[in-house]
Design a protein. Sequence first.
Length: 284
Amino acid sequence: MLPPMTLSHLYEILKNLNEKKFVQEQEIWSLVLEKSCELLGTEMGVFFSWDPKSRQLLPLCSREPPTGKIPPNPFNIIVKVCDWVAQNKQTALVQDTSRDPRFDKNSHSPSQTILAVPIYRNEDLLGVLEVTHPKKATFTPEDQELLEFLGSHTSLLSHSLRMQQALGRVTAHNASILENLTGGFIGIDLQGNVMILNPRARQILEIHEENVVGKPIESVLKDCPGLSLLLKESLARSHPVKRQELPWTYKGERRLLGYSTLLIQDVHGGIAGAGATFQDLTKL
């Protein structure tokens, strides 16, 4: 059971974490490491980020004592105590590093007491949070409980930021693909409103209105109502079509589209809308 004063400090740390807007994961762990060291009265601390591809612990941020330094370059799990924590996903409380085989004497730490906790989300290891006490000082079970709780809470925030960044990269990648398609693409949601309209679709369909996302497909495709109807039918029947042709007229000029429709799915596999890819076949 943590004492009331510690709980009060812990509450302030969690409140600070929840209120701040973080851009990089390093910012999260730098704050957690700083506050953890202050709360535990430690000399030094490091957060190691786990790289599952190379199976390496990489130092993401550190709190250094005046006379010590953490190696700045990535390294292949040279700190044995953190290696043990990463492999076993268990906390290591080492009261005397000189007598514990998990401790790596090449880590250049002048201290003798280490507390290292694994940081993971579900079954995925995110890293290891390590703090080191000066000589002749020890960590208590309450210290371990505090660091484990703080690490567990922070893992949610860290994992969420990673997912947001991954989603941002995928979204940007997909947007780039759509923007550079040689053919047109238009997509509607379940309500029949435009979700996506790439530049080539604007050119082929002669759409000059600037902001069309969120507007009813009928109003956007008023000059090509046949395509609007096809999209709605594909959505209603949940049945896409391939390689069809659609004649239409723009300002008295007869034109021809070659098109295919598709169903747009959400992250859970449910139908979120319908789309159409098309080419201008008028002059072919």
